[in-house]
Design a binder for this molecule. Structure first.
Ligand SMILES: *[C@@H]1O[C@H](CO)[C@@H](O)[C@H](O)[C@H]1NC(C)=O
Ligand SMILES: *[C@@H]1O[C@H](CO)[C@@H](O)[C@H](O)[C@H]1NC(C)=O
Ligand SMILES: *[C@@H]1O[C@H](CO)[C@@H](O)[C@H](O)[C@H]1NC(C)=O
Length: 420
């Protein structure tokens, strides 16, 4: 009791908060110096939903073609996506013709992209959006189209000439760890030499892990974001495995993230088929906690109002895009409930509680506020807002208070704690 009253001395608390400010402000490792991705990239990427559908005869509305991207661009502009922050419209694998042109340049499939990528880029830019493209560090892309090995400079220049704004660089068909590392670095330098600002999205650590632990300090110097783990699927199993990988590797990866460079847990699959409503809430909340790039892979022509509202939720996007740029982490797991937290600007904190129990109904969980934010999330008191699954003001709490929360199975409650 005596200790507690001493701890609550205002000077001591203010000193603690100052210390917190200093600690959270220490910059991470040096980032790729291209001025981009100061907050996690937001946009749309075709892979999870549309994959490598090249059959425009049978499926004209869902094959990988300029028509698909023009329709998405139009909707990103007209349906509030761009205003919510989703600016990068990104092409994944399977856009290419099977062979390079006579000058050795990559070219788009002439049937599916009859006007070429440059004209698509112009269209996308006319909507106030940015265009992303895809290539591969090895001899072939994952789907077997021409790889960039031996062509890094010409490919970087081709993309810059077309007006491309982001490159997702995959790691298939690469025969050695040296080729992998050198390839990712050389493409980064080649992009820089074009003089065009191009976000560089890597899969370097994902392909590195089978050989040895990636050097994240080094990867951050070359890439704006990097994939660590398997491709996301439209399933709860997939979301769970990504969260489990992230929490079990958090000591390695969390401190590396910051303005200019982010860990990429892969696309948002909200608005598709495989996740229940609560599971979609969990993905949105945890991608915000993880400071993840928010790249949706869904069909903006056919999306429920509920999924759209979740993806466009301003409060949750504000947590994802928090300018402090500190990635959150799992604080603890007990009784199948995980508590994650993320420090925000102005000494605020985001806290997510996930109920991983897949039997039964909603469960109550009680947390002591003094256990959050290294004891400083609610010092000497704070205002708590629940952001997900629905917004509600929970009100004023003291440092010594407990908070009792009800969480649906496979769902998440996302809170924002603001210091008073
Ligand atoms: C290239 O790198 C230099 C130094 O690292 C940086 O100052 C410059 O802005 C970069 N240019 C582009 C286009 O990324
Ligand atoms: C690409 O193929 C060539 C010829 O087989 C080989 O020498 C080279 O190492 C390969 N590169 C990669 C990155 O796999
Ligand atoms: C990782 O890369 C950094 C930057 O290149 C380097 O200073 C450091 O020594 C590397 N760490 C290891 C363990 O190789």
């Amino acid at each position: 009791m005596k200790l507690k009253s001493q701890l609550l001395q205002p000077c001591f608390l203010l000193a603690l908060r100052f210390l917190a400010l200093v600690l959270w402000s220490v910059p991470g490792a040096r980032a790729l110096d291209n001025g981009l991705a100061m907050t996690p990239t937001m946009g749309w990427l075709h892979w999870e939903r549309f994959m490598c559908n090249v059959d425009c005869q049978e499926e004209p509305d869902s094959c990988i073609s300029e028509k698909l991207f023009m329709q998405m661009a139009e909707l990103m502009d007209s349906d509030g996506w761009k205003d919510a922050g989703y600016k990068y419209l990104c092409i994944d694998d399977c856009w290419m013709a099977p062979k390079r042109d006579s000058k050795g340049r990559l070219q788009a499939d002439p049937k599916r992209f009859p006007n070429g990528i440059q004209s698509l880029a112009n269209y996308v830019h006319s909507k106030g959006l940015k265009l992303g493209i895809y290539a591969d560090v090895g001899n072939k892309t994952c789907a077997g189209f021409p790889g960039s090995f031996g062509h890094y400079d010409i490919d970087a220049k081709t993309f810059a000439d077309w007006g491309v704004d982001l490159l997702k660089f995959d790691g298939c068909y690469c025969d050695s760890v040296e080729h992998l590392e050198n390839g990712y670095k050389r493409m980064s330098l080649a992009l820089n030499r074009t003089g065009r600002s191009i976000v560089y999205s890597c899969e370097w650590p994902l392909y590195m892990w089978p050989f040895h632990e990636p050097n994240y300090t080094e990867i951050r110097q070359y890439c704006n974001h990097w994939r660590n783990f398997q491709d996301v699927y439209d399933s709860w199993q997939s979301i769970k495995s990504i969260l489990a990988w992230t929490s079990s590797n958090q000591k390695r990866i969390v401190h590396v993230a910051g303005p200019g460079g982010w860990n990429d847990p892969d696309m948002l699959v909200i608005g598709n088929f495989g996740l229940s409503w609560d599971q979609q809430v969990t993905q949105m909340a945890l991608w915000a906690i993880m400071a993840a790039p928010l790249l949706m892979s869904n069909d903006l022509r056919h999306i429920s109002p509920q999924a759209k509202a979740l993806l466009q939720n301003k409060d949750v996007i504000a947590i994802n895009q928090d300018p402090l740029g500190k990635q959150g982490y799992r604080l603890r797991k007990e009784d199948n409930i995980e508590v994650w937290e993320r420090p925000l600007t102005d000494l605020a904190w985001a806290v997510a509680m996930v109920n991983l129990q897949e039997i039964g109904g909603p469960r109550f969980h009680t947390i002591s506020l003094a256990s959050l934010g290294q004891g400083m999330a609610c010092v000497p008191d704070c205002t708590i807002t629940q952001l997900l699954p629905v917004k509600s003001q929970l009100g004023f709490y003291e440092w010594t208070s407990d908070l009792k929360i009800k969480i649906n199975p496979t769902g998440t409650v996302l809170l924002r704690l603001a210091a008073n």
